[in-house]
Write a protein that binds this ligand. Structure first.
Ligand code: GAR
Length: 188
């Protein structure tokens, strides 16, 4: 049984899909939900699913032990970033080498990097006049939105699209693919 920690800063719709997908899994257990925001929706989702939560603070995350002892106490094997805003510090990259996966709401290497989160990404894609966008699932390294790509899927961008309309299409792609890709990577 592999134990996963999901890191999320926001609503947590991806976290919820992952929780539902692995609910009865014999191979994968969502053991912890981590958030940098005490009022993040993802924490309520965790409570509903009776999954332990951990709210982290900037100073300890970046300059302290990176919450490694807490992650070890929960025997975390893999870390999944599902809409997590902060960069991952070296302490975690070393402790969970090649075992941290991120989802990004665009086709990397385009529209990634610092500040490229949620609707900021979709606004940039629309303003650039792109006719397609998509999702990227990738391993995390020391740079924002940069590690080896595991999976991509695409969708159309229409001239009439608002960032919210595109976000809805992108979320549907994420919900469809992310749990399955996580399962494939972890169990093969
Ligand atoms: C997702 O679309 C995810 O791809 C994005 O945040 C959203 C979180 O939604 N992540 C990034 O932008 C990372 N750079 P959710 O809270 O509903 O799962």
């Amino acid at each position: 049984m592999k134990r996963i920690a999901i890191f999320a800063s926001g609503t947590g719709s991806n976290a919820e899909k992952i929780l539902a997908y692995f609910k009865d899994s014999a191979d994968i257990k969502i053991a912890l939900i981590v958030s940098n925001k005490p009022d993040a929706g993802v924490l309520q989702i965790a409570n509903r699913h009776k999954v332990p939560t951990l709210v982290i603070e900037r100073e300890a995350f970046f300059k302290g032990d990176g919450y490694v002892p807490q992650l070890e106490a929960h025997q975390i094997d893999w870390i999944i970033l599902a809409g997590f805003l902060w960069k991952i510090p070296t302490t975690l990259l070393k402790g969970w080498e090649k075992r941290i996966i991120n989802i990004h709401p665009a086709l990397l290497p385009k529209y990634g990097g610092k500040g490229m989160y949620g609707n900021a990404v979709h606004t940039a894609v629309i303003q650039a006049g792109e006719t397609s966008s998509g999702i990227t699932i990738h391993f995390v390294d020391e740079h924002y939105d940069h590690g080896a790509i595991i999976f991509q899927a695409t969708c159309s961008v229409f001239p009439t699209d608002t960032p919210e309309a595109l976000a809805t299409r992108i979320h549907a792609l994420e919900h469809k693919h992310f749990p399955r890709v996580i399962e494939q990577v972890i169990t093969t």
